[in-house]
Design a protein around this ligand. Structure first.
Ligand code: GDP
Length: 197
């Protein structure tokens, strides 16, 4: 897949607005500010994803078409935008749930987590959901450039142990930096493995 040829397709505020449920797609998820937009933009070498600082956009699922027919990248709403009213949060949760539970073409989830921070409630919820649904999950420990090499290795080791990655064949984890473009090849390899299988 030539990720740099990825183009915006559509935004959906509910399941019925999503593109036809055919082919294959991977979904990018994460708490607001975890580095999701930056990861997607680095992967595609474009400015496709916008940062989730505008609450309106956080509600939408954004679909992007790769150069391969019916193979898509999906930008899920960032979780945890503080100023969003409770009713919107509830709508968001239902919307995300609908998508995760019902999307047949979903091949895997990429979860962005800041390498410097412990996993939060949303992260643990996604990890558990993927595990229960036997959905492949790839965790990006983002902003790896904020730590020196040793500390980054250490953080990854700790997460691997905490999540018992050794015993979970569907769970993978890597360090990533959008700023330094590190870990992009590994991410591409993972996506190709899911999307072209
Ligand atoms: P999102 O809300 O998950 O989409 O997060 P963004 O991609 O908008 O990133 C949130 C903030 O973290 C922004 O200020 C980014 O510039 C910063 N950021 C994202 N990725 C990196 C990275 O790899 N390194 C560093 N140093 N900062 C990053």
């Amino acid at each position: 897949i030539h990720y740099h040829l990825t183009r915006f397709n559509t935004s959906a505020s509910k399941l019925s607005q999503c593109p036809d449920d055919i082919g294959a797609e991977v979904a990018f998820a994460g708490r607001s500010n975890a580095g999701k937009s930056s990861a997607i933009n680095t992967l595609t070498n474009a400015k496709l994803a916008r940062t989730s600082k505008t609450p309106g956009r956080t509600q939408l699922i954004n679909f992007f078409d790769t150069n391969v027919e019916d193979v898509r990248i999906v930008d899920l709403p960032g979780y945890g935008y503080a100023k969003v009213p409770i009713a919107m949060k509830e709508h968001w949760q239902k919307h995300l749930n609908d998508y995760l539970q019902n999307r047949d073409c979903l091949r895997g989830v990429v979860l962005m987590v800041d390498i410097r921070h412990p996993l939060k409630e949303f992260d643990l919820m996604m990890i558990e959901w993927c595990h229960d649904a036997e959905m492949p999950l790839h965790i990006l420990l983002t902003k790896a450039d904020k730590l020196n090499r040793g500390a980054a290795q250490n953080a990854m080791l700790k997460q691997k142990q905490a999540l018992d990655v050794k015993n979970k064949p569907l769970l993978t984890i890597q360090a990533f930096s959008a700023l330094k473009s590190t870990g992009v090849d590994q991410l591409r390899d993972q996506l190709n493995a899911w999307l072209l299988a």
